[in-house]
Design a protein around this ligand. Structure first.
Ligand SMILES: NC(=O)C1=CN([C@@H]2O[C@H](COP(=O)(O)OP(=O)(O)OC[C@H]3O[C@@H](n4cnc5c(N)ncnc54)[C@H](O)[C@@H]3O)[C@@H](O)[C@H]2O)C=CC1
Ligand SMILES: Nc1nc(=O)c2c([nH]1)NC[C@@H]1CN(c3ccc(C(=O)N[C@@H](CCC(=O)O)C(=O)O)cc3)C=[N+]21
Length: 295
């Protein structure tokens, strides 16, 4: 977050991503063959098309070495499938049965109604790269990190909440003296957004990691936490009708915003000294502003 205050530091996500991309290419090199990711585009949504282009670009950037070629790819191979939305369900079933396909991504919205939730459940869980299968979502909320008893298969987490976790880990918000799964103990976080794709899973993940989280949306404030001394196995949610955004900011070590549109203003005067601020919205956050902007 930019400021003339010299104690402030702006950190770009690209610097954080560099280390992670190295990890990705190292693990790709250990594979017997390059994984194939198929992206299904079945709408005219410009944001979805952009996201499909970004997926393709990221796959190319993850080629080990610089001599990537379509004929000799080594890394993640990406195939874009532009399909009619009425055909999508059958194409997904085919992709599930096709042993050459390792990962499936579907660009939403398709029908922009509950049929999209139905479609989310079609990709096989072993190919669902976005973690949209109900089993993954259930495990996220229930703080179960593995698919199997012997803990060999980690659950897939939604990418934007996971990216924010990685950012906070890089910045030292995770206390690595504590055991994994409890490393946010003692931290207070405000998340301004409670969408089903980002804000709500993020609040749950941070609370499951031990944080006290204030989750803010247009309807009000909820507290996500594992209770006093993080004694509970998974987070619980309590309505916090008595609090406003300023109350949350004053006690938060971390503030995460993701409000769509350009109008949202973060009342920076209420920020705690040394607070870490992350914005995942496509639009910039206005700085300053009144404390009751969320309502
Ligand atoms: N960087 C990334 O990877 C991603 C970025 N985005 C961006 O993040 C933003 C949000 O995306 P979604 O969560 O999908 O949007 P959404 O529209 O589904 O949800 C918006 C959330 O913000 C809350 N909200 C809206 N105005 C508010 C206000 N004034 N005060 C407090 N809460 C308010 C709503 O109640 C809702 O919980 C968009 O700009 C989107 O483009 C979304 C997904 C990934
Ligand atoms: N199954 C599915 N999953 C999605 O995650 C999904 C989707 N369908 N359909 C389309 C929307 C749109 N979307 C965005 C991703 C990044 C930014 C974003 O903000 N990106 C960065 C830049 C990213 C870059 O340049 O690599 C930015 O604009 O600053 C916004 C929006 C995800 N979507």
């Amino acid at each position: 977050m930019a400021s003339e205050n010299s104690a402030c530091k702006v950190v770009l996500a690209s610097a954080i991503a560099r280390n992670l991309l190295r990890e990705v290419s190292e693990s790709l090199e250990r594979l017997q063959r390059s994984p194939l990711l198929i992206g299904f585009l079945a709408n005219d949504d410009p944001a979805a098309r952009k996201y499909a282009e970004w997926t393709q670009r990221t796959c190319k950037e993850n080629q080990p070495g610089s001599n990537y070629s379509v004929d000799d790819p080594s890394g993640v191979i990406y195939r874009l499938a532009e399909v009619d939305r009425e055909e999508l369900e059958n194409r997904l079933v085919e992709a599930n049965n096709d042993r050459a396909i390792d990962g499936i991504i579907v660009y939403y919205p398709i029908f922009n109604n509950r049929q999209d939730q139905y479609l989310q459940q079609i990709p096989d869980i072993t190919k669902d790269v976005e973690g949209l299968s109900h089993k993954y979502i259930f495990k996220l909320y229930h703080n179960e990190r593995y698919l199997d008893q012997s803990q060999t298969q980690k659950c897939i987490l939604p990418c934007t909440p996971l990216a924010i976790v990685k950012i906070l880990d890089y910045l030292g918000t995770y206390n690595n003296i504590l055991p994994f799964g409890n490393r946010l103990f003692g931290r207070t976080v405000t998340v301004v957004n409670r969408s089903e794709t980002v804000g709500r899973p993020l609040a749950a993940m941070l609370a499951n990691d031990g944080a006290l989280v204030y989750s803010i949306d247009v309807t009000g404030i909820q507290q996500f936490s594992r209770g006093e001394g993080i004694k509970k196995k998974m987070h619980e949610v309590i309505e916090r009708d008595n609090m406003d955004l300023a109350d949350c900011l004053k006690v938060s070590d971390v503030v995460i915003s993701g409000v769509p549109g350009e109008a949202f203003a973060l009342p920076t005067a209420h920020l705690k000294e040394g607070a870490v601020c992350v914005n995942f919205s496509t639009e910039k956050v206005q700085l300053g502003g009144r404390s009751e902007v969320y309502s």
